[in-house]
Write a protein that binds this ligand. Structure first.
Ligand code: FDA
Length: 389
């Protein structure tokens, strides 16, 4: 069977690219290993798919080349995707920070993509195991359990390594390696972090406690909630900072984000209130107790020396925790690293050294923040390739 384009992977990027190629009159075939397409879309956003963010720029992405995503993001914007969603009558709402979710279910996004694919005449084959990929002078030949398929262009859209239980495989990286393309080291991202055994003994009892902090690593800082779990820390601030954090390094937490601890403690300097009760006005009580046990045995505030107050205020704004590792790919929303952007055209996503071979979506070394940015990259990179394949 011969088509103009074969797309490996029927996820967000693959389906959208097939639809775009179809609009240009190109015959497209999507080969999907799972029994259904779009499984990650279905579970995304807690079942409501945070399909984009109102404000997106390259600054919301981590990549070895922070400029690479600019071109594709500029040519297919959140507003373009919102128009498509509205054209399909999908109701949505903004949850917070520009994050747009389906009001009903993520399934609407899959139906929309399938509708767009059908309109463009794209074909989809599921339960398709890719056995090999090879390039001839004129085309690519993909051998599968469903037979042999040939195309002029080949798009690799089979995602990263995160969430293997919904079908993630390393095929995209293997194809890149087969064609001698560089791969930036991959690791789990948007992922909870785990405490070492000692820390777990200290903090395990706080499981379920959540507080607003600013979590920082290097120049990156996110003001959102952290959540103590039975194994470590999770919550949006942790998932966000995990994109920047390096293994075995410390993360700094401002526990009184937006407040001035020195001023607050100074104002209460003459009070007989116990420190733990004072802190409980600003932090969850269970956390305040733990904090006092570690840093400043609780006593009335009027018994703290100015030096002690200064030190305490410093720790409240810069509480540091070291983490050795993450919860791993089975809990990670995305994969950091991937096919090096040095190898790809930022305009078309085509491999510079292998004509007609394209990489789009999560398999590429472009990883977004939490909040709809990863789907926007999937749409934008798929659109870019879809205009050329
Ligand atoms: P994606 O993983 O979507 O698709 C790849 C496809 O290729 C899959 O269908 C897979 O089965 C197929 N495939 C894999 N190996 C294959 C092989 N060997 N042969 C053939 N096919 C193969 N992002 C966001 O912006 N908003 C959100 O709300 C969420 N929520 C979220 C929740 C959870 C639990 C996870 C795990 C992830 C998210 N994400 C997210 C991230 C988002 O899902 C992700 O960035 C995109 O799905 C990436 O799109 P791709 O098309 O590149 O990969």
């Amino acid at each position: 069977m011969k088509t103009d384009v074969i797309i490996i992977g029927g996820g967000a990027a693959g389906l959208f690219c097939a639809a775009e190629a179809g609009k240009r009159g190109r015959s497209a075939l999507v080969l999907e290993r799972a029994e259904k397409v779009g499984k990650k879309i279905l579970i995304s956003g807690g079942g409501r798919c945070n399909f984009t963010n109102r404000e997106v720029s390259a600054a919301n992405y981590v990549s070895n080349n922070p400029h690479f995503a600019k071109s594709a993001l500029a040519r297919y914007t959140p507003q373009d995707f919102i128009k498509l969603v509205e054209k399909h009558g999908i109701e949505y709402y903004e949850k917070k920070l520009g994050q747009l979710f389906c009001r009903d279910t993520s399934r609407r996004i899959i139906e929309m993509l399938l509708g767009e694919c059908a309109a463009g005449g794209a074909q989809i084959k599921t339960n398709c195991e890719i056995k090999s990929v090879r390039k001839t002078d004129q085309s690519f030949v993909v051998e599968t359990n469903l037979g042999s398929f040939e195309s002029e262009s080949l798009v690799v859209a089979c995602g990263g390594l995160s969430f293997p239980k919904v079908g993630a495989t390393d095929l995209g990286y293997r194809i890149a390696r087969q064609f001698d393309l560089k791969i930036e080291k991959t690791r789990p991202a948007l992922v909870p972090l785990v405490f070492n055994d000692n820390r777990l003994k200290e903090f395990g009892k706080l499981a379920g406690v959540s507080l607003e902090t600013t979590a920082s690593f290097g120049d990156a800082a996110f003001r959102e909630n952290i959540l103590f779990t039975h194994r470590g820390l999770s919550g949006p601030a942790i998932l966000q900072i995990s994109n920047y954090w390096q293994p075995k390094e410390q993360i700094s937490f401002d526990l009184l984000a937006g407040k001035n601890a020195f001023e607050l403690l100074g104002e209460s300097r003459n009070s007989r209130q116990e420190l733990v009760n004072f802190l409980s006005q600003h932090l969850p009580a269970r956390f305040a107790e733990k904090f006092c046990a570690e840093f400043a045995p609780s006593k009335p505030l009027n018994q703290f020396s100015p030096k002690e107050i200064e030190r305490l205020a410093g720790v409240l704004h810069d509480w540091r925790l070291r983490f050795d590792e993450t919860e791993g790919y089975h809990k990670a929303e995305v994969t950091l690293g991937g096919v090096s952007t040095d190898e790809l055209s930022s305009k078309t996503m085509e491999a510079k050294r292998v004509g007609n071979l394209y990489f789009i979506g999560e398999v590429v070394d472009v990883t977004g923040w939490l909040g709809g940015y990863n789907f926007q990259w999937a749409w934008a990179s798929a659109f870019a390739a879809g205009q050329y394949v």
